[in-house]
Design a protein around this ligand. Structure first.
Ligand code: LR7
Ligand code: MN
Length: 593
């Protein structure tokens, strides 16, 4: 913890002084911003160097997404995948520390600032829908622990920018005892100076975790409806009215927006397909396709969808109903399990849970959770155990079959939660499975879901845009595997070009992957950007395997923000490495037959 904390100090003091300097020197040349934050974080970096390109990013969306057309022709601020370009050591430091502490590209997040336009990802039919003017007011509750400052502020401002003031009762930020200096020191000032009134900051005196954190946030709320968001979200056009309307009609309806995808590597916002929530017997949340029975209705694709579970972070619920229904289990710690617990409770105790296709909120999907629990416990297991014992009746055996070591693990006192179940006269878990989630198979299965996966992904091969050898113009040699091209983890080097050798052939496809000899993809570790690129199994989700091969012949790596170069000093060995893009001959690559 100490080391972690001191990294924080170092990072913050160094970058803040550098950034302040940059801000004051660069702000004269930069374009005037729509809103210039007093603390100035938003416009750092070289925003002025980025000519916004109104093209679609390569990562912008699934090919099968029915609403894709809606995203076209609209401005998405700084869509370029080269938004993460590293220009100097400070950029490198911000990027690397950002991945280390937050598991996403903080350099891009800072450059985007606190306000940006988003592609409107809604179905066209949503735009014709009218919502009642008289709707309940909302208290937006956002808990955070060590969140990246710019991501947190973009979450807050997106709500303020895209919510009618009369519907937004307040925003309640719950700081879960964060350790980062900017959150401890600058957030208060920023809020006081820029957002007096609507935004309230509550600080936990000790780390509570997101579950008790939300209960604390809700206890400070006075609006009629609670809306929970993660601290790295951006709400889209007309997001709130479609959520409030079904709650107004029936206060026991709990609603979720469609959670659009903000790429952790590029921060590009792209639409999610319409999927609904499920779970597996390991008690992991997962996304399921929407059954046809749900889609068969007069409203078609935009009608609310009954969902057996919610992902957990983004939902709206009548505030008094939240309290009546037993808030959350305050015996759950830090992270995990509360999403299934509240989902089961809603359905089993007389409510319903809906996904509202016309409400869209983006969320940064990270590949790992950048924080642990204070004592290093597996809180997901502890929390799941509690929910299994309270809600799952005999079906908890399905969980234990997969996690036999948890059968005898203690899980604390659950009497208060059992009392909730009795007081609300809730149905059995069997009833829930039969009536709400009949698709669930009562047998072992185990898969973990992070972001909605597109049904066809993996089945369809991305279309190849270019094929050929990659010749480095300085070395006049071609990029090849050092060993066998089929060897996972093998590095690449330059060797004499041989047009007849199929092992020298690269394919550059529409997913911006580079595949060698039809086998493996060129891949860069996001965590250790000083490592050389290597050949890995193609994963098809951008980031570490996303390259842009532009007019200038440079081979730019999206998640690293650098260009592939022949290493001058070791040129005779044919070594290549990532380097700051400088346009030199050593960084120029030509795709040729
Ligand atoms: O100790 C903590 N204290 C906190 O305040 C730990 C976390 N937090 C905050 C954190 O800063 C963030 O704002 O709680 C929020 C959620 O934490 P994440 O972003 O690390 O969680 P996640 O997005 O990986 O996980 C999903 O599942 C969680 C289970 O406990 C929560 O329900 C998250 O809210 C939930 N996120 C979503 O549903 C967004 C869509 C993800 C999917 C699928
Ligand atoms: Mn999250």
């Amino acid at each position: 913890t100490l080391r972690y904390f001191c990294y924080g100090c170092l990072f913050t003091s160094v970058t803040w002084s550098v950034l302040l300097f940059l801000y004051f020197t660069l702000s004269q040349e930069s374009q005037p911003l729509k809103h210039v934050p007093v603390s100035g974080v938003s416009s750092f970096g070289r925003q002025h160097r980025f000519q916004p390109r109104f093209t679609r990013g390569p990562n912008e969306g699934p090919r099968e997404q029915p609403h894709r057309a809606a995203a076209q022709g609209r401005k998405q601020a700084d869509l370029s995948p080269e938004m993460g370009m590293i220009f100097n050591e400070q950029d490198q430091e911000i990027r690397d520390m950002g991945y280390h502490k937050h598991a996403f590209n903080v350099l891009i997040s800072n450059r985007l600032g606190y306000h940006r336009d988003l592609p409107d990802t809604r179905n066209e039919k949503c735009k014709e829908r009218a919502y009642p003017v008289a709707l309940p007011s909302a208290s937006v509750v956002i808990c955070f622990f060590n969140e990246a400052f710019s991501a947190l502020l973009r979450t807050v401002h997106s709500v303020l920018d895209r919510t009618p003031a009369y519907l937004l009762h307040e925003i309640i930020l719950v700081d879960d005892n964060s350790e980062l200096a900017d959150l401890k020191e600058d957030l208060d000032t920023y809020l006081r100076q820029n957002l007096p009134g609507k935004v309230k900051l509550v600080r936990n005196q000790r780390r509570e975790g997101l579950i008790r954190g939300r209960v604390i946030g809700a206890s400070h709320a006075t609006g009629e409806v609670l809306v929970f968001l993660d601290s790295h979200c951006e709400v889209n056009e007309m997001w709130l009215q479609p959520l409030l309307t079904p709650i107004k009609e029936d206060r026991r309806t709990v609603v979720c927006p469609v959670i659009d995808i903000i790429s952790a590597d590029t921060l590009i916002y792209s639409p999610s397909p319409i999927v609904r929530g499920g779970f597996n017997w390991g008690l992991h949340f997962k996304w399921d396709p929407v059954p046809l029975s749900e889609l068969n209705n007069p409203e078609g694709a935009i009608a609310p969808i009954r969902s057996p579970t919610m992902a957990g972070g983004l939902f709206a619920m009548d505030r008094r109903y939240f309290n009546e229904l037993g808030q959350y289990d305050s015996g759950m710690d830090i992270w995990g399990g509360e999403n299934l617990e509240i989902s089961f409770r809603i359905w089993m105790c007389g409510g319903q849970l809906l996904i509202i296709p016309c409400s869209r909120v983006g969320h940064i999907f990270r590949k790992r959770r950048p924080y642990g629990s204070p004592g290093g416990q597996d809180t997901m297991a502890h929390n799941s155990l509690r929910l299994a014992h309270v809600w799952m009746d005999e079906y908890k055996e399905q969980y234990f079959a997969l996690r036999p070591e948890l059968r005898t693990r203690s899980y604390g006192d659950i009497s208060e939660r059992l009392a909730v179940r009795r007081r609300l006269k809730c149905q059995s878990f069997r009833w829930y499975l039969d009536n709400v989630y009949p698709e669930m198979q009562v047998s072992a299965q185990n898969s973990k879901a992070q972001q909605p996966v597109f049904v066809n992904k993996g089945l369809r091969r991305p279309k190849v845009l270019q094929r050929g050898r990659l010749r480095n113009l300085q070395a006049d040699k071609c990029l090849v595997a050092q060993g066998r091209p089929s060897q996972k983890g093998g590095i690449v080097v330059v060797k004499d070009c041989d047009p007849s050798d199929p092992e020298q052939e690269w394919a550059y496809d529409e997913e911006h992957e580079l595949t060698l000899a039809g086998l493996l993809c060129l891949d860069m570790s996001e965590i250790r950007s000083s490592d050389p690129p290597r050949l890995m199994k193609c994963h098809g989700s951008g980031g570490s395997q996303q390259w842009t091969l532009g007019k200038s012949n440079r081979l730019y790596q999206v998640s690293v923000g650098q260009c592939l170069a022949v290493v001058e000093a070791l040129r005779h060995k044919g070594y290549v490495a990532m380097a700051i893009c400088d346009g030199s001959l050593s960084q120029q690559w030509q795709m040729e037959d």
